[in-house]
Design a protein around this ligand. Structure first.
Ligand SMILES: Nc1nc2c(c(=O)[nH]1)N[C@H]1C(S)=C(S)[C@@H](COP(=O)(O)OP(=O)(O)OC[C@H]3O[C@@H](n4cnc5c(N)ncnc54)[C@H](O)[C@@H]3O)O[C@H]1N2
Ligand code: MOO
Length: 497
């Protein structure tokens, strides 16, 4: 992970009018402003007032997610070495150039035999050890063979050592063995050529995530350099006059420590993205614009801001994006996260280079709103950039354990910890279970404790009613479930149905 520190806390306090005046006189020529001059048909305005936030159409979350993915183009493929390729998405199919195993290989330590020779006493003609070239076996003799050893020519099966007794050497000093239990026939305890992987078989496909096992497969077929999608470069910026560094020992009047930046940098890091910390911007157009410029200069693929996207007269993020980018939406019917804003900013390439696109997510300042909207929109975009075919959160169903009052207007993403438990009416000792959703306490969007240990978001519809305990509700997974509480049952338990 590369971390580039770049704080934007300059003392620049230009307001919108000053900016507009300087722009009109041609005094500003930063890369942000040059972008303005090269804007496309849906591009930005430098003249006229910003769209008041109240004027944004409130769209649904599925619509918002569709827009985000529509505007997100996977990053180009790059060659990557075997070890570094871990956790990348393949941009090519990988074929086996030869069969695995490439020779008939013993499955056991024992004796290579001619299966029709059956039981009896045999001379051990030679040793066929793993890694050695196979010898040639005559009928009526056997060869000692190790697991993975190449079956000698003439042999057609292996008898494991447990089914043999070592005999004293013969008068000629040759080793001898008694086969007590014959091979069941040709091929017994032998891996045939290509039985694991056929020659030419596609072992990995475009779009596959390279986990540890996939690295092993690449190594097996000798694919030491493969094409993978680049990982995006993500920058995170906090905004707000009240927001101070987490290192602040004593908070001044009205100050709060910046929770969002560290949290979102951690979340972005968790995707494998390269991350850049853009610091905290004060609520001034000048500082925000300077940070936007930094992000462009640093060639980030995804810029995440938090705060300043709502209705206040110091909420400058939307107006800034309206001026410098194409804003696709600025209000989403969801709780938390209503003022979620999404824009794209295209930088034209020069000297034959392709143009770059920066996705900009203006997340709400409330910490829970910022991490919930990250999971629902930013994460899928990061995954799509990195080449994921199915970048959305995985949906499961879970039973609620308490009554939940629904929001009458906005669908709510209710934070829960999923457990695996016996169904409610199941008798003691019942094998199998279902997902049970335990709420994380007060769900107000400022209360970050509601995200603590949350591994899923219940998708609650907007309605004028209370959902009774025991309802089955769809839930989106926001963390891997391997740490999920699970009642202990003996290993290998099988349900008797
Ligand atoms: N008149 C209206 N006011 C608000 C509306 C509305 O529709 N009409 N929407 C509310 C909703 S919903 C949300 S969510 C918030 C979002 O506001 P902003 O995105 O503009 O965020 P701020 O006002 O800057 O901050 C909100 C809240 O979060 C705290 N905060 C901000 N940054 C951080 C940070 N980095 N770490 C921790 N906490 C942070 C900030 O102090 C505020 O308490 O708007 C409602 N208002
Ligand atoms: O939508 Mo806001 O995120 O409810 O608090």
């Amino acid at each position: 992970m590369a971390v580039l520190e770049c704080s934007c806390n300059s003392e620049d306090t230009r307001d919108i009018e000053q900016l507009e005046a300087r722009s009109a006189s041609g005094a500003l020529r930063s890369s942000v402003e040059l972008l303005l001059l090269s804007k496309g048909p849906r591009g930005v305005r430098m003249d006229g007032p910003a769209t008041p936030s109240a004027l944004y159409r409130m769209i649904s979350i599925p619509e918002a997610q569709e827009i985000v993915l529509r505007e997100t183009i996977p990053l180009p493929a790059v060659p990557m070495g075997l070890a570094e390729g871990h956790n990348y998405i393949l941009a090519q199919n990988v074929l086996a150039p030869e069969p695995v195993p490439p020779f008939p290989a013993s499955i056991k330590d024992g004796y290579a035999v001619v299966s029709s020779d059956g039981v009896g006493e045999f001379e051990v003609a030679f040793e066929a050890l793993a890694g050695s070239p196979p010898g040639k076996l005559q009928p009526g003799t056997v060869a000692y063979i190790g697991t993975g050893g190449a079956l000698p020519e003439g042999a057609d099966a292996v008898v494991q050592i447990e089914n043999t007794d070592t005999l004293p050497p013969g008068p000629d000093g040759k080793k001898r063995v008694r086969i007590n239990k014959a091979a069941r026939g040709p091929g017994d305890d032998v891996r045939a050529v290509g039985s694991d992987i056929r020659a030419g078989q596609v072992v990995l496909q475009t779009g596959d995530l390279v986990g540890a096992a996939e690295v092993g497969l690449l190594a097996t077929v000798g694919a030491t350099v493969v094409q993978v999608h680049s990982k995006p470069h993500v920058a995170v910026l906090s905004t707000g006059d009240e927001v101070v560094e987490p290192t602040t020992k004593t908070l001044g009047p009205g100050q709060i420590r910046d929770a969002n930046r560290a949290m979102l940098l951690a979340a972005a890091c968790g995707t494998g993205a390269q991350v850049t910390d853009l610091g905290i911007a004060r609520d001034t157009v000048g500082q925000l614009e300077a940070c936007l410029e930094r992000a462009i200069q640093a060639k980030v693929d995804v810029l995440i801001t938090t705060g300043g996207v709502s209705m206040g007269d110091r909420d400058f993020v939307k107006p800034l994006l309206e001026r410098h980018a194409t804003v696709h939406f600025g209000k989403v019917k969801m709780k938390p996260g209503k003022p979620l804003t999404f824009a794209t900013l295209d930088t034209p390439g020069s000297g034959g280079r392709p143009s770059r696109r920066m996705l900009v997510f203006g997340l709400p300042g409330n910490p829970v709103s910022s991490i919930v909207t990250f999971n629902l929109t930013v994460l899928p975009a990061i995954r799509r950039l990195a080449g994921w075919k199915e970048p959305g959160l995985r949906r499961v169903h879970a039973r609620t354990t308490a009554a939940i009052k629904l929001d009458p207007e906005r669908p709510e993403y209710h934070r829960v910890t999923l457990h695996w438990a016996r169904p409610r009416d199941a008798p003691e000792g019942h094998v199998g279970g279902e997902l049970v959703a335990v709420g994380t306490g007060g769900q107000i969007s400022s209360r970050l404790l509601s995200m603590r240990s949350a591994n899923a978001l219940l998708e609650l519809p907007a309605a004028e009613k209370t959902l009774p305990a025991g309802s089955v509700v769809s839930a989106l997974l926001i963390s891997d479930l391997s740490g999920m509480p699970v009642p202990q049952t003996p290993a290998g338990t099988i349900s008797a149905s």
